[in-house]
Design a protein around this ligand. Structure first.
Ligand SMILES: *Cc1c(COP(=O)(O)O)cnc(C)c1O
Length: 460
């Protein structure tokens, strides 16, 4: 038994003697009901399982490392709400903080102490962040960071990288036009060409492409925004020197560097990806964005950075930004309790759990001769069904996505809930105890066999 100071009260899942059926009648019934009143029956597209097929599982409860669906089946959760549940579901300390906060009222519409404490915690953990402003989602954080960067520089163009996701901000839902250093095309209906035309999309980890874009348009570029270590095309960490090249080139042209740590923040390390790769030669990013872990499962996110840049924000400066629920007392209580719970012992456990699961998965695939590569950012990892390292989006897409679907369905039927896309990171929590990890390992041989069989079918 581990003693790592986190939730050990979760009931251990009992392995089904036979796999769960592939159908899920109660979830299917809810999906039908949901689809009548909500587009696709979901409130965020990835939840619909379109990439992997089958019925998305509607969950009724969660505790520690486990999810329970409306058909009464338990799953080891390797999504962890896409990151926030770093301590495990319904962690007692976070629950107590939320209950105490809720008893004092839900939203004041005035400043309150929790907001100050959460901001202090973020500033203390990430040294280049001198000031933060709290918002309610990662999307709001990146949208607002762009606005500050544009207000500060007086420029309007932004550079982003193909495969990096920064929420559903108009200017950032853009995909690369043809050729280097060209302006982007909208990646979604409803995004005006004029929004996307202020965005330049470049291949990730490509310094010459960056230099070419700045040589052509440097005097118009307000900022480069990048995922600190991308996790939204699968895990594709920056090659050595890439982040520093971003810093060097932006500084040379008077542009800002925005590090989007919404996914990596407080997960890859106590101070996020910055804690792993920083401090940087040439200086830190000017602005950072945070979300996911810092909300502890509630809607709380933040953007922050250099004091002179953040001073541009209203009410001190001319850049407007606001939010009815920003700094919500219950959400900030959850976030603060979660960050306080993220002790060294928690990060050690995340490392052990993620390494154990990734190594076992890789070994099982190797045994079947299934081409794959595992990539890492702290305890975040993902698995690509292809040979060779993945350094950008084009390479990430050159994988056997069909193999992932087969793998996903087999794991799901055996009580393991993976992210429902080949282009997502896997997330573990510190509450993943040996029983939960063993359950994942026990499901791997059957799932790897299923993938191997599917390859045989494809090639025959
Ligand atoms: C999840 C994510 C966002 C968007 O956050 P939401 O809270 O979903 O709006 C932005 N950037 C990155 C890197 C993310 O992973």
């Amino acid at each position: 038994m581990f003693t790592y100071g986190v939730n050990m009260t979760a009931p251990h899942l009992t392995a089904p003697l036979t796999p769960y059926p592939y159908d899920a009648p109660a979830s299917q019934a809810l999906l039908t009901r949901a689809a009548a009143v909500t587009p696709g029956g979901v409130n965020s597209p990835v939840r619909a399982f379109r990439a992997v097929g089958g019925t998305p599982r509607f969950m009724s409860s969660a505790s520690g490392p486990y999810l329970t669906d409306v058909d009464g089946r338990e799953y080891v959760d390797l999504v962890c709400s896409w990151g926030p549940m770093i301590l495990g579901h319904a962690h007692p300390d976070v629950l107590a903080a939320v209950q105490a906060a809720a008893l004092r009222g839900f939203s004041f519409g005035t400043p309150s102490e929790n907001e100050v404490a959460l901001a202090e915690e973020i500033v203390a953990r990430v040294p280049p962040v001198q000031q933060v402003r709290l918002v309610s989602s990662g999307t709001e954080a990146t949208m607002s960071a762009l606005r500050v960067a544009r207000g500060f520089t007086g420029r309007s163009t932004v550079v982003k990288f193909a495969g990096c996701y920064h929420g559903h901000v108009d200017a950032l839902l853009a995909s690369a036009g043809s050729g280097l250093a060209t302006f982007a095309l909208p990646d979604s209906a409803g995004v005006p060409a004029s929004s996307a035309s202020e965005t330049i999309v470049l291949p990730y980890n490509d310094v010459p492409a960056l230099e070419a874009a700045f040589a052509a348009h440097g005097d118009r570029i307000a900022a480069v925004i990048t995922e600190a270590s991308p996790g939204n095309m699968g895990v594709v960490p920056p090659l050595p020197g890439f982040t520093e090249a971003l810093r060097r080139v932006t500084t040379a042209h008077g542009a800002l560097l925005i590090s989007d740590e919404v996914m990596t923040g407080f997960r890859c390390s106590a101070s996020g990806w910055y804690g792993i790769e920083g401090p940087y030669v040439g200086g830190a990013p000017d602005l950072f964005t945070f979300g996911k872990v810092m909300g502890g499962g509630f809607p709380a996110a933040a953007f922050g950075g250099r004091g002179d840049i953040m001073a541009m924000l209203a009410p001190d400066g001319p850049v407007y930004q606001a939010g009815t629920l920003s700094g919500n007392p219950v959400a900030t209580a959850a976030g603060l309790a979660t960050l306080k719970g993220c002790t060294p012992v928690v990060y050690d456990r995340l490392a052990v759990v993620s390494r154990t699961i990734a190594d076992a998965t890789s070994a099982e695939f190797a045994r079947h001769g299934i081409p794959h590569v595992v990539q890492w950012a702290g305890s975040m990892f993902s698995l690509f069904f292809r040979e060779g390292a993945v350094t950008n989006y084009e390479e990430a897409r050159a994988q056997q996505v069909q193999a992932f679907s087969v793998f996903f369905q087999s794991m799901l039927s055996q009580g393991v809930h993976l992210p429902p896309s080949a282009f997502e990171a896997w997330f573990v929590s510190a509450s993943h105890d040996d029983a939960a990890v063993d359950r994942v390992l026990a499901a791997l041989p059957v799932a790897a066999q299923a993938v191997s069989d599917s390859f045989a079918t494809i090639s025959s």
